[in-house]
Design a protein around this ligand. Structure first.
Ligand SMILES: [Zn+2]
Length: 85
């Protein structure tokens, strides 16, 4: 393997230990809920989810779960509706 590529792999491993370097600007996910499948996304500063709860509250357990899962890589705005914020 070329030495320059080995250097990149080592750097990538170091970066992977520093999640604060990455902020997700958008996100799209298929969420396997207890009763149904939902499409959850985050784009241009807004979350959305296809579940009926989200339509009324602009947040839901699916959004909250993703906020918790990806917390280190989400901006303050993306975490704004997180209950602990
Ligand atoms: Zn939902």
């Amino acid at each position: 393997m070329r030495s320059s590529l080995i250097g990149k792999i080592e750097k990538a491993r170091r970066y992977a230990q520093e999640p604060g370097r990455v902020t997700l600007s958008s996100l799209a996910a298929d969420f396997h809920g207890e009763n149904a499948e939902h499409k959850v996304s985050y784009a241009e500063g807004k979350w959305s989810c296809t579940c009926s709860f989200f339509g009324q509250w602009q947040t839901c357990s699916h959004v909250m779960a993703l906020q918790e899962m990806f917390r280190p890589a989400l901006s303050k705005e993306a975490l704004a509706s997180f209950p602990e914020e």
